[in-house]
Design a protein around this ligand. Structure first.
Ligand code: ZN
Length: 265
């Protein structure tokens, strides 16, 4: 039984969306076992009174700019599919202390030994960038969209412009809903500073970052918007692979037709 009492209304709305989207991610087979991670920036949504009553602090080396931030985070080694019915066990809302040396848990984190996702540093970098640049984007999701991951093994992946054109040309909505395209990011091991830096660099100019031979990440105003970037981009990849597996190279929309869509944005 998940207890949401006393949480601010806006936070509750986000948590309901998390449960819904986690179900989609699982049904799409994008979050096998404990794969994937989600975070949402809730800074500013809790009252000063709520933050005075924080409990135990857990040491963590945060960048000093992260002081005072409040984040929803999924747990390291936790199954994201459990966000649907057991969110309080596999996720938490954490409050980073004023010296950025530790966090306390405002809600959730009830699984024994709960720790935030190993990608917390990468997520934090994105949230801090979004805050400084007023992007309005508060949610971050990483998952393994199947067809995008397959295409990250293809030689097309090494030519980002050609890769994006190959997906955009499959259907007008790919260009319409992922207008800034996909950043094709060279392989780096999960949880590393290198991957975090490559990811942030990709998000500055693209809607989706595709990690070579691994998965994808997107950010949005809320989790649904971030999920939609992954979903639509993956549809382009799926259509392309279906055409290839049917034995033909798809003609695709022409550059003029794609330009016409760009002008309508
Ligand atoms: Zn992954």
């Amino acid at each position: 039984m998940v207890t949401y009492k006393k949480l601010p209304g806006e936070v509750l709305a986000h948590l309901e969306s998390v449960a819904e989207i986690a179900g989609y991610l699982w049904n799409k087979e994008w979050i096998e076992k404990s794969s994937g991670n989600i975070s949402i920036d809730f800074t500013g949504l809790f009252s000063a009174t709520a933050l005075k009553a924080v409990g135990e602090e857990f040491p963590y080396e945060f960048p000093k700019e992260a002081a005072g931030k409040i984040l929803f985070v999924t747990g390291s080694g936790c199954h994201l599919r459990h966000l649907v019915y057991k969110a309080e066990e596999v996720s938490a809302i954490i409050f980073i202390n004023e010296t950025a040396t530790a966090y306390s848990i405002l809600w959730g984190g009830k699984k024994a030994g709960f720790k935030p996702t190993s990608e917390l540093r990468a997520h934090l970098k994105i949230h801090l960038f979004n805050e400084v640049n007023n992007t309005g984007r508060k949610a971050v999701v990483h998952a393994h969209p199947t067809e995008l991951v397959v295409l990250s093994h293809h030689k097309l992946f090494k030519d980002e412009a050609a890769f994006n054109h190959a997906l955009w040309k499959m259907c007008p909505e790919i260009k319409l809903y992922v207008p800034h395209g996909i950043s094709c990011t060279n392989y780096a091991r999960y949880g590393t500073e290198t991957l975090a830096d490559l990811t942030l660099a990709g998000l500055k100019t693209n809607d989706v970052v595709l990690w070579e031979k691994h998965g994808a990440l997107a950010t949005g105003a809320d989790l649904e918007e971030a999920f939609d970037y992954l979903d639509v981009a993956n549809k382009g990849a799926r259509l392309l692979l279906l055409a290839w597996s049917s034995g033909f190279d798809p003609e695709g929309l022409s550059p003029e037709q794609l330009d016409e869509i760009s002008r309508s944005l």
